[in-house]
Design a protein around this ligand. Structure first.
Ligand code: PLP
Length: 401
């Protein structure tokens, strides 16, 4: 092939291993195998009923679904701003809200608006791989912070100091709380310390708050805290969130960013050029996500996740895995495989054999941590109580065989 026709070097980002696993799950199911999949990071129940009903009305009305303003409809931007008063007691100017195509769209736009090519941006490893891959594709220099159980898999100012002195000044820090794959959260003090470090070092904090609302208390109860919003500690941060997780609206492709004033114009211009606008039908229906009924429905789902999470935590001793991340929020358990590692070599081989012999699909930690992920697996308990109970029984049989 002519070198001119080769794909760009910036497009050479690793694919998710989970995609290969999901393809194998489909193939096994097509052969009639009964597969329990704890792979997908998404609730299976769909949007809150009020959102679906509004979407049906919109489509039945036959109204033209035309482009909206690039940063979203005024109605939805206002509803998102009100949500911050309701959950966090924060006053947010709707003019600072950018509605995006999922939080994924918000990452691309805010990274483009905030960082130059060659800028160093730090993030925790293990972490959600898309941050690293989007930043790399945009020409940024990703600085991975090796975050383990001692810091609950989260970055600290000491790690940022060490990274900056080793690699050079950082232009940005991406933080997720609750995080994927570990579910761990930072406290208000820890978040403030990271924001202070960013302010002192001229770095932009990008706070991924997509799992806010899915948090757990010490017992089965839903935790009182939704998670701390970065705007509670610094208005220089970019806050990113989504309708995908708490409201279960993954395929609606709708998220948002709260932007510092200087980034609003750039994101507006970029958004208009990249996608014109986020999906109009989703925007029109999503205002219903902020109705009392929708919050109540989503909270009931979180109560279900809490029960399923407890079932999984209770099973840990018999599974012989450990250490496991605390799973303060989100719907994942990230655990090292303990004694099973000696038998299978690494988590990829463990996951492959578990899928082939017992029909249970998990994600090997290598998708989230290229250095230590070979020791860990991620299970999504959004699959529900019955799926998790069945998976535990099959895993115990697999490991006992
Ligand atoms: C931590 C985290 N951030 C962002 C996303 C992207 O979600 P979406 O684009 O659907 O809002 C995900 C999806 O799994 C995630 O786990």
């Amino acid at each position: 092939m002519s070198p001119h026709l080769a794909p760009s070097s910036r497009s050479q980002v690793p694919p998710f291993a989970v995609m290969d696993i999901l393809a194998r799950v489909d193939a096994l199911r097509a052969q009639g195998r009964d597969v329990v999949s704890l792979c997908a990071g998404e609730p299976s129940g769909g949007a809150p009923a009020a959102v679906s009903a509004r979407a049906a009305e919109i489509h039945a009305s036959g109204r033209a679904l035309t482009y909206t303003p690039a940063l979203g409809t005024a109605e939805l931007r206002g509803a998102i701003a009100d949500h911050y008063r309701r959950w966090y007691g924060l006053g947010v100017d709707p003019g600072r809200v950018a509605v995006t195509t999922g939080s994924s769209g918000a990452f691309v736009l805010s990274f483009l608006a905030a960082f130059e090519v060659g800028d160093r941006v730090a993030l925790a490893r293990p972490g959600y791989p898309a941050y690293r891959n989007i930043l790399t594709a945009l020409g940024c220099d990703v600085v991975e912070l090796d975050a383990g159980p001692d810091t609950r898999y989260q970055p600290t100012p000491a790690m940022l100091d060490a990274a900056a002195s080793e690699r050079g000044p950082l232009a940005g820090v991406v933080l997720a709380s609750p995080a994927n794959p570990t579910g761990t959260m930072v406290s208000r003090e820890e978040l403030a310390a990271i924001a202070d470090w960013c302010a002192a070092n001229g770095a932009r904090l990008i706070s991924d708050e997509i799992y806010h609302g899915i948090t757990y208390g010490p017992g089965l109860e839903r935790a009182a805290s939704m998670g701390v919003c970065a705007w509670e500690v610094s208005r220089e941060a970019v806050v990113i969130s989504s309708f995908s997780k708490y409201w279960g609206m993954t395929g609606w492709r709708l998220g948002w960013a709260l932007l510092p004033e200087e980034l609003v114009g750039p994101v507006d211009a970029l958004a208009g050029n990249v996608a014109l606008c986020p999906p109009a039908p989703s925007q029109l229906a999503a205002v219903e996500a902020f109705s009392p009924e929708s919050y109540a429905q989503a909270d009931a789902w979180v109560a279900d996740y809490a029960r399923t999470r407890q079932t999984l935590l209770d099973a840990l001793p018999s599974l012989g895995w450990g250490p496991a991340a605390p799973a303060d929020g989100a719907f994942y358990l990230y655990a090292e495989l303990g004694d099973q590692l000696a038998r299978f070599g690494d988590s990829r081989e463990y996951a492959r054999q578990l899928l082939e012999s017992e029909g249970v699909a998990l994600v090997p930690g290598t998708d989230f941590d290229s250095v230590h992920g070979g020791r860990a697996v991620r299970l999504s308990f959004a699959a529900g109580q019955a799926a998790v109970e069945e998976a535990i029984a099959r895993i115990l049989r697999f490991q006992g065989a």
